[in-house]
Design a protein around this ligand. Sequence first.
Ligand SMILES: [Zn+2]
Length: 195
Amino acid sequence: MRIGYGWDSHEFAKGVPLKIGGVEIEHTHGLAGHSDGDVLLHAVTDALLGAVAAGDIGNYFPPSDPKWKGADSAIFLMEALGKVRDAGWEVCNVDSTLILAAPKIGPVANRIRQRLAELLEISPDEVSVKAKTPEGMGTENAAIAHVVVLLERHEDHKKLEVAAAMLEADNHVDEVVKELIGEVKMPAKERAEKK
Ligand SMILES: [Zn+2]
């Protein structure tokens, strides 16, 4: 099993659509910064990359590259998911916490869970989206996301591992047999000396 952790924050700005977890939410402000500012998808991407020790979102999609301005953050998540699968893992479940003063996440939480589940190709039961307000943190003008993911070995990878273990055991038997045959073929004198 593997665990991954991701964290991200973005500042609220006027005149930008608000996107969280791949869902557009009606609000006076959106999130500025990298790509479409989807703080939750960025944190999920980092959690996936972290779980397979493959760096972070900035390594693959530098915020300085104008190519990613306004980009759909689902692209980043898909890339990270590809790396997870290439390494022989699959996503077990995801848990997340958003910290923001407004808007309220409760009414859209299920839509976000649905979208995340779709992107990660898992069931919405395996995706949790919680939200809190930044009591006493002084981060009223920002949205923050914390995410953990759990990975398990992909079924095909498990079968490969079993096959490799069996092959190794088989080779070991061959070696033992060869050694025994060698001993039998050894002249009696040599055998006695060896003892
Ligand atoms: Zn971000």
